[in-house]
Design a protein around this ligand. Structure first.
Ligand code: PLP
Length: 397
């Protein structure tokens, strides 16, 4: 279908929830995607931090094809091997002892919120239900997760919100200490705020939260939907930030492009769920889990994790170099291959200019350009990005 016709039909038949860029993406290879007209784009969006192995990775495709031939779906009324194997792999490589699978990041956070409430409810009674979250956070678009999100623009028009959330400034330990009460069940945060403008939690802050929560039996929940699965240079961001959580959520990169979410927990926290308390029809879908296993195997055994870490350092250095030259760049921050560049001006037109030059990037909170390429990105491809950014931003000074 020609691009213009596709746009018209999309506007006509799809609910108006996205402002899409005017290209029709039809295929991808490595860190590049191609539109209907055959134009090539260097992909620093990666499906919003999803395609960690890039496009068309042969091991991922093979794992999906193989599983699809055996079984697409069987439900959680029965045992299926890919789900159990992926849970085992996640447990072996994290703090967690148990996993619940679902289909998206928001659902993973729903599971975490329910688990935290039930844990506190069972142990301390019905009055202990509150979850402290951070301003500028992002946890999803369902009613519970948008209520947990500390951004008014996500919540506006959907009131009444789910009660039981209190918001405090990010990276401020004493704000948390002041907000905690006998009602507090959990503290929920992203180790790096992604949608909120690529803001990295300080090590001392995470360490402080960890100790504070442990002393009061308050559950510490990390939303690693964006930061998890190698994005920040380690398998999970908490490994670099001075403390493991009690509950962690995953999504985005876990399936390498197939939908899957996961809620991981310590033995003690996980014990709050029992049959009948939480469920998902598609959760732990065999094909998505086979994809997840291929992703983890490729990251760990195929050394893509290590490569991504090196490329993250290289990208950060290049972005800092641009910042040192161009006053239009206010700040560069990030961890691994989750990097943000805050401009002194609105970033939307920069995104448009990049698109016209064959480069996909995106922009959060108006002024922060975000770079989340596949972890297989090469140094030459990063050089290409830096060169284009230099040209495009250089014109605006
Ligand atoms: C993307 C994101 C979510 C929501 O994930 P969905 O799969 O869109 O529901 C939640 N938390 C964080 C940190 C995210 O980046």
């Amino acid at each position: 279908m020609p691009t213009e016709e596709l746009r018209q039909d999309a506007d006509r038949y799809l609910m108006n929830t996205y402002a899409r860029s005017p290209i029709s993406v039809v295929r991808g290879r490595g860190s590049k995607v191609y539109d209907l007209e055959g134009r090539e784009y260097l992909d620093f969006v990666a499906g919003v931090a999803v395609n960690v192995l890039g496009h068309g990775h042969p091991d991922l495709i093979a794992a999906i094809q193989k599983q699809a031939q055996h079984l697409l779906h069987a439900s959680n009324l029965y045992y299926t091997e890919p789900q159990t194997r992926l849970a085992k792999a996640l447990v072996e490589h994290s703090f967690a002892k148990k996993v619940f699978f679902c289909n998206s990041g928001a659902e993973a956070n729903e599971a975490a919120i329910k688990l935290a409430r039930r844990y506190a409810h069972q142990k301390y009674g019905a009055e202990r239900y509150e979850i402290i979250t951070m301003l500028q956070s992002f946890h999803g678009r369902t009613m519970a997760t948008l209520s947990a999100t500390g951004q008014e623009k996500v919540q506006k028009g959907f009131e009444p919100l789910l009660p039981g959330f209190t918001y405090v400034p990010f990276n401020n330990l004493s704000a948390v200490e002041q907000a905690v009460s006998s009602k507090t069940a959990a503290i929920l945060l992203e180790p790096v705020q992604g949608e909120g403008g690529v803001r990295v939690a300080d090590k001392s802050y995470v360490k402080g939260l960890r100790e504070f929560c442990r002393a009061r039996d308050i559950l510490l929940i990390f939303d690693e939907v964006q930061t998890g699965v190698g994005r920040t240079g380690t398998l999970f961001a908490y490994e670099q930030l001075g403390g493991a959580p009690d509950i962690m959520t995953l999504g985005k990169g876990l399936g390498g492009g197939l939908p899957i979410g996961a809620c991981l927990a310590t033995e003690e926290a996980a014990a709050a769920f029992e049959p009948g308390t939480h469920a998902s029809t598609f959760g732990g879908n065999p094909v998505s889990c086979a994809a997840g296993l291929a992703v983890l195997r490729t990251l760990l055994e195929g050394r893509v994790l290590e490569h991504g870490r090196r490329m993250g350092d290289y990208l950060a250095q290049g972005l800092h170099d641009i910042k040192d030259r161009l006053p239009i760049v206010k700040e560069v921050r990030g961890l691994g291959l989750l990097q943000g560049m805050e401009l002194t001006v609105d970033g939307k037109s920069v995104v448009t200019d990049c698109l016209a030059r064959g480069l996909l990037i995106n922009c959060t909170v108006d002024r922060v350009l975000r770079f989340v390429p596949p972890l297989i990105i090469t140094q030459a491809e990063i050089d290409r990005l830096l060169d284009l950014l230099n040209q495009i931003l250089g014109k605006r000074v």
